[in-house]
Design a protein around this ligand. Structure first.
Ligand code: CO
Length: 171
């Protein structure tokens, strides 16, 4: 079942996640729920802390619509600074330019615990940086000016209030 997406600001989004040590059924279940949550929210990536689980695991979508998991990922290299427009399921309806890198090299485990190394560029490199940031306890708004961040913070408070009102009405 899809889980609710945690909206920024929230402590779980601003705390570094715990490394995954148990590759048992609970991880498989979490990955399924993350995939459903990402699909429902029409996202292209999702980190476990965005569904309230402080664990170092995220899902990253490929251009063909399939996705893969990155467990305990580490960014090994980043090359060619770029500025890219970015959004986030935890910061709905906000899009801002963010400093990122065109190329990255990452190391991560899959759901079975096998290690992989991946060199990525463009869209995939961008999503990897965004999701690994989440797992380190960072949201993209932290890359923005304090003025922009304050404006977004105000809009998120209003968004949360409207959401709570809506949920009460729906029962
Ligand atoms: Co995000």
């Amino acid at each position: 079942m899809a889980r609710d997406i945690v909206i920024w600001p929230h402590k779980v989004l601003n705390s570094p996640t715990k490394p995954v040590t148990d590759f048992g059924p609970s991880l498989q279940k979490l990955l399924e729920e993350m995939a459903e949550s990402m699909k429902e929210a029409e996202g292209i990536g999702i980190a476990a802390n965005q569904v309230g689980e402080s664990l170092r695991v995220a899902l990253v979508s490929r251009e063909d619509g399939t996705s893969f998991e990155i467990v305990n990922p580490r960014l090994l290299e980043k090359k060619e600074p770029v500025s890219l427009e970015e959004g986030c399921l935890s910061v709905p309806r906000e899009w801002e330019k963010c400093p990122r890198f065109h190329k990255v090299k990452v190391r991560f485990q899959d759901r079975a615990g096998e290690w992989h190394e991946l060199e990525a560029e463009g869209r995939l490199a961008h999503i990897l940086q965004h999701e690994i940031d989440h797992l380190d306890g960072h949201v993209f708004v932290e890359h923005l000016s304090s003025l922009k961040r304050t404006l977004i913070l105000d809009r998120m408070k209003k968004y949360q209030k409207a959401k709570v009102r809506h949920e009460k009405r729906e029962g």
